[in-house]
Design a protein around this ligand. Structure first.
Ligand code: NAD
Length: 323
């Protein structure tokens, strides 16, 4: 198949492109390198079945002459905790409109990347795809990300009804692994590993009792491959995450990473930062996916425990440090 990936130089995009090329697909990827990196795709550039376009998804002229059977739309602005909410709302909306128009013009199936953040403050555990989406007050700007992804999901479904757009929506639950962004953009693992490697205190927002269920990127990619290759996924929404028993609090995650980096006997250095420091911010206290649907459809089962995935990620990050 010919597969078009937006955000190909980012974390999930680069890992996905590598896997799709190994499977014999042709991959065309676009990225404006705002958060992604050339390093993430440098090994792919030698592959004749890979074409990289450095360009902005907001400008359709950079890619309107290509063709694809499936389009995986990963490029996105994320939670505006530190960036601005306007960019999250405007850019995500404009990119999606362009990509939907591209898919309709190309008769390309759309795989849209959504997020567990759409479940907002619904702490039903584990949470499935039919659950209510419960957001906090509009004035808390972190909800701009979830709002933009909910709008995107609705937009995709509306375009399916109006124009017969073929689509599948994947809601990712925190993914980590090689090629993750090393700043706050990449999530807690990259920052925690970096602090542990530097023997500096790991900063934790709040008291660290909030829990998450993290997915190693190879598992996220293998779930995506099912959704890309299989038309049975058409018109469906799938949680993409790991097993509920992998749930862990953020403070335990920090301690685990510290001990994997500095040895089991070492006492973790943790620094708790009160939420008030971030202005009006709301955290989600629990987030655990129900992945029964993707398991029933495709037999998907995560292959990596948190500890296994973290060990691989730490090795990757250690090697980066030595470059
Ligand atoms: N990583 C996670 O844990 C996670 C969790 C939930 C949802 N998601 C979603 O999955 C998708 C991929 O996430 P990721 O972690 O790989 O993010 P990422 O930031 O590493 O990758 C996104 C890529 O898109 C590129 N990009 C952004 N705006 C662009 C634009 N206007 N034009 C061209 N390229 C642009 C960035 O440069 C970056 O390389 C996103 O849609 C994100 O919302 C990720």
């Amino acid at each position: 198949m010919k597969i078009f990936i937006t955000g190909v130089a980012g974390f999930i995009g680069s890992n996905l492109a590598k896997k799709l090329l190994e499977l014999g697909h042709t991959v065309i990827g676009i990225d404006n390198l705002s958060y992604g990196s050339n390093c993430n795709i440098s090994n792919l550039l030698e592959n004749n079945n890979f074409l990289f376009i450095q360009g902005d998804v907001c400008n359709p002229f950079t890619y309107n002459n290509i063709q694809s059977d499936v389009t995986v739309h990963l490029a996105s602005q994320k939670i505006p905790r530190y960036t601005n909410a306007l960019r999250t709302l405007e850019e995500n909306n404009l990119m999606l409109k362009n990509i939907v128009a591209f898919c309709l013009g190309n008769k390309s199936r759309l795989v849209f990347s959504s997020t567990s953040d759409v479940y907002g403050k619904n702490i039903t555990t584990p949470i499935n795809e039919e659950a209510d989406l419960i957001l906090g007050p509009t004035k808390v700007k972190r909800w701009a990300y979830a709002s933009s992804k909910i709008h995107s999901e609705q937009y995709v479904i509306a375009c399916s009804e109006a124009y017969d757009l073929k689509y599948v929506i994947a809601r990712f639950f925190g993914t980590y692994g090689p090629n993750q962004n090393l700043t706050w953009w990449g999530g807690p693992q990259s920052l925690f590993i970096q602090k542990a490697l530097d023997n500096e205190p790991i900063e934790i927002h709040g008291d660290g009792s909030q829990t998450r269920t993290f997915t190693y990127v190879d598992d996220t990619v293998s779930a995506l491959v099912h959704l890309i290759e299989n038309e049975k996924s058409n018109g469906e929404i799938f949680n993409v995450g790991s097993l509920p028993q992998e749930e862990i609090s953020i403070s335990k995650l920090a301690s685990l990473i510290w001990k994997l980096v500095n040895g089991i006997e070492s006492t973790p250095k943790l620094n708790f930062i009160p939420y008030e420091t971030f202005g009006r911010y709301e955290d989600v206290m629990r987030r655990v996916p129900d992945i029964t649907k993707i398991k029933d459809y495709f037999g998907f089962k995560p292959q990596f425990t948190l500890e296994e995935g973290l060990k691989l990620t730490i090795e990757w990050q250690k090697n980066l440090k030595q470059l």
